[in-house]
Design a protein around this ligand. Structure first.
Ligand SMILES: NC(=O)c1ccc[n+]([C@@H]2O[C@H](COP(=O)([O-])OP(=O)(O)OC[C@H]3O[C@@H](n4cnc5c(N)ncnc54)[C@H](OP(=O)(O)O)[C@@H]3O)[C@@H](O)[C@H]2O)c1
Length: 212
């Protein structure tokens, strides 16, 4: 069994990841500043700012999942915070899975990323910051760090939580679309894909996308 530390383990993405990981019998530690509405049985909850408590938590981990969001008082802080989590993961020999945004994907091979085009105003700041975290990881991750940057589908989010079906497709940095041209993945199925990748590592130091 793996020891998995989930930064943002009480949020939408992190909450699904801790639930899926605990259901598979892994040792799971959730990190957030505040108490969740409902705790997941078997998960250890640690409270505090990610950068303040990461140093004590990451040593001994098999995998670190970074699922904070650049919103509210975290806007503008993710590159720095994720840089620190990446350094600590590298030092601990832990795999580092960083969750980013759909906008960091490309519509076609060699085409500019969505974030380089017209991003709707309401998503723009988050898309730019998510992309900045991707660039920081791809260009500056410690050489020994086994990292993964993971983009969810376009309609992914707490507003479209969905069900656990166990189905998903993994793509590279070109976005996956379904037959109707949609880009979807439920929160629980995104977590299934992430846990499958943690249990059987198939991608290393690359950008992948998860969608139906
Ligand atoms: N379609 C898309 O592209 C799409 C859609 C949604 C999300 N995303 C991406 O997915 C990632 C996660 O988003 P989400 O919606 O799942 O986030 P979320 O629901 O807002 O959850 C954020 C989590 O991080 C914790 N947190 C925030 N700041 C922290 C800090 N300084 N120290 C410790 N914990 C902290 C929060 O708890 P506390 O506030 O209690 O600390 C919470 O558990 C983001 O990168 C986001 O951009 C992409």
């Amino acid at each position: 069994m793996a020891k998995i530390i989930v930064f943002g383990g009480t949020g939408y993405t992190g909450g699904n990841v801790v639930r899926e990981a605990a259901s598979r019998g892994h040792e799971v530690v959730s990190v957030s500043r505040s108490e969740p509405q409902d705790r997941v049985e078997g998960v250890r909850y640690e409270f505090g700012d990610a950068t303040e408590i990461a140093k004590a938590l990451i040593p001994g981990a098999t995998a670190v999942v970074a699922a904070l969001a650049p919103r509210g008082d975290m806007a503008g802080r993710l590159v720095e915070v994720y840089g620190e989590l990446a350094r600590l993961s590298a030092a601990a020999g832990a795999r580092f899975l960083q969750v980013g945004g759909f906008s960091s994907l490309r519509p076609a091979e060699g085409a500019p990323r969505f974030v380089e085009g017209d991003v709707p105003e309401e998503y723009r700041a988050e898309a730019f910051e998510g992309e900045a975290t991707r660039v920081a990881l791809a260009d500056h991750a410690p050489a020994e760090l086994d990292w993964l940057f993971v983009s969810p589908a376009g309609s992914y989010g707490a507003w479209a939580a969905g069900e656990r079906t166990g189905a998903y497709r993994l793509g590279g940095e070109v976005a996956l679309f379904d037959a109707d041209g949609g880009s979807h993945i439920s929160g629980p199925d995104f977590a299934v894909a992430l846990l499958d990748e943690i249990e059987v590592p198939a991608h290393h130091r690359e950008h992948i996308g998860i969608a139906y």
